[in-house]
Design a protein around this ligand. Structure first.
Ligand code: KIV
Length: 257
């Protein structure tokens, strides 16, 4: 069983770790067999599974369903799961929804931290020893508030605010931090300052780990963010188009009688 202690050791030894999002058992098993030990059932499923243009549609029941699928495929992975939009509006709701996710197999609960109110919610959860990953920087659940999917922490005040949030989160007992779409030097500063493992997406090379959305790195999502990378070069599209061609031309199926 992979645990947060493995990530702490990786950080201590100045090594790096790779994380991917995943939503189903088949991919979870494949990822785990390839050496991805840490996975996230994120609310990006609103875009890459449900086809919406934001994460706002995702409910706690959607996350529960996908956590079950992923844990069936990779029972020994360290599984992070998102508390989706407006599912942690007050202490009791946040605690109850975290419990629901942990009961079906989530090991760490991730939530987006945008202000003092969300810091207070995290404080409440850690009092109950819920293992939390704070998500700061670009927080997609607040896309309407932020005015778009823009890089955060550019201006000095904003950078200081994010640095202070990171410190407060560590002090409140979170086990991990995720930085999304912030300047590389700010991510470096935060990563060096904190003892807990820090994973980044669009935050440069200095974080302890990197995370990508599976569909982005497979190049099968049309709206791939600027900081993602396509590692598959359209092989899935080529496979599907070859299948169509072979059916239409009668090459498939092969008559084995
Ligand atoms: O939901 C998600 O996939 C995420 C990633 C962008 C890290 O939070």
């Amino acid at each position: 069983m992979y645990t947060i202690n493995h990530l702490k050791k990786i950080k201590k030894n100045k090594q790096k770790f790779a994380v991917l999002t995943v939503y189903d058992a088949t991919f979870a098993k494949l990822l785990y067999n390839q050496g991805i030990n840490v996975m996230l059932v994120g609310d990006s499923l609103g875009m890459v599974i449900q086809g919406y243009n934001s994460t706002l549609s995702v409910t706690i029941n959607d996350i529960i369903y996908h956590v079950r699928c992923v844990k069936n495929g990779a029972p020994n992975c360290l599984l992070l799961a998102d508390l989706p939009f407006m599912s942690y509006n007050n202490n009791e709701q946040a605690l109850n929804n975290s419990i629901k996710l942990m009961r079906v197999g989530a090991n760490i609960i991730k939530l987006e931290v945008i202000n003092q109110w969300s810091l207070d919610i995290v404080n409440y959860l850690t009092k109950y020893s819920v293992p939390i990953c704070g998500h700061i920087g670009l927080t997609p659940q607040y896309v309407n508030f932020l005015g778009g999917y823009k890089i955060q922490g550019i201006h000095k005040n904003d950078a200081n605010r994010l640095l202070n949030y990171a410190i407060s989160l560590e002090e409140s007992g979170v086990v991990m931090l995720l930085l999304e779409h912030i300047p590389e030097l700010l991510a470096k500063k935060i990563t060096e300052k904190l003892k807990i493992p820090v994973v980044g997406i669009g935050a440069g090379v200095h974080t302890d780990g990197q995370i990508l959305v599976l569909q982005d790195m497979l190049g099968i999502n049309n709206n791939i963010p600027v900081f993602a990378k396509n590692y598959l070069n359209n092989y899935i599209s080529i496979a599907i188009s070859n299948y169509i061609k072979e059916v239409e031309s009668g090459v498939f199926p092969i008559n084995k009688n």
